[in-house]
Write a protein that binds this ligand. Sequence first.
Ligand code: SF4
Length: 300
Amino acid sequence: MSNIFVNSYFNSIGNYLKEKFGCKIIKLSLDGGFTCPNRDGTKGIDGCIFCSSEGSGDFASNIPDQIKLLSKKWPSGKYIAYFQSHTNTYAPIEILREKYYEALSYPNVIGIAIATRPDCLSDEVLCLLDEINKKNFLWVELGLQTMHEETANLINRCYPLSTFDKAIENLSRLNIKTVVHLIFGLPGEDKKQMLESLKYVCDKNIFGIKIHLMNVLKNTKLVEFYPDKIHIPTKKEYINLVVDALEIVPQNITIHRITADAPRHLLIAPEWSYEKRTILNGVNKEFKERQSYQGKRLEK
Ligand code: SF4
């Protein structure tokens, strides 16, 4: 095995999309007005302990406004409408249908990405996703965060690992691309556990991975763990962890994120979290120094 990536050390989704569609593809962050079963009382009321009340979509706004703004910077760019806020398959099916197809109707929107929970993929939702997937570019994102049940309970995820397994199985059967979210640095987890979660999802039929840095945000339950019951890594420590992680990810899996977006007004720690460019540069430098790349440690 060697480094097969052009001008990169890993299989970034940006490069993947550019190669597939022949131009810059930009994600539009959308709030479809959905709620979350982990907040409305169906599964829980407090939500996951790291989630701000906006539901992991603090940057979302509407499609035409975003296209207007982004097209100034990338005049020939195209877009993926990303349903980001809360649980984007959690609504009556006709509402889901209307919102997804509306997003796809805008000029230069070449596909959609839908973030959801594995316990919100009913048969009728799967059927709709299957219909869309057959005619459009689509991926579905599942927030697993960890494979470890003890941590899942601690973070109040409110579904077991078996639900995730079933969702992956169903999406795979329909050839729907799946992107899995993991969080590095959850309370009580060490590096070994984080990499176990990563290996677990890499052994599934997945399209991509999002690695989130654990951010402590204001107005979340996680604040109660800070600073004594949660380890906040240094930037260098985190960069090393990301490189260690990507070295065991198969090269066909796309990498959608290696840190997390944190609204500055809500961020408590780590204070370097919003330095996305510095983190990416640090990861590239570390790969270069190690003469390494995604999947290197899977070589026989
Ligand atoms: S992280 Fe997702 S599943 Fe958890 S409370 Fe927030 S929106 Fe709901």
